[in-house]
Write a protein of this length. Structure first.
Length: 69
């Protein structure tokens, strides 16, 4: 299992968390997604190696911004 944490801007409620989680679960290989609007993070657990760009692109496609360190 591989775990990736991505910082996301624009999530302000549980509905936002659900939108992100549901969108990312459509990517093949993703096992678990935990989005937190309070922390501004999304933690993705996958069984396979998944390109971060694919995950970030899906998040941006639904209207949220990726916060780069």
């Amino acid at each position: 299992m591989k775990e990736i944490t991505i910082k996301v801007e624009g999530m302000v409620c549980n509905g936002c968390e659900n939108r992100v989680q549901n969108a990312l679960k459509t990517i093949e290989g993703i096992e678990k997604v935990v989005a937190s609007h309070k922390n501004g993070t999304v933690v993705i657990t996958s069984k396979d190696e998944i390109e971060e760009n694919v995950i970030k692109g899906k998040i941006e496609d639904i209207g949220f911004e990726i916060k780069e360190d």
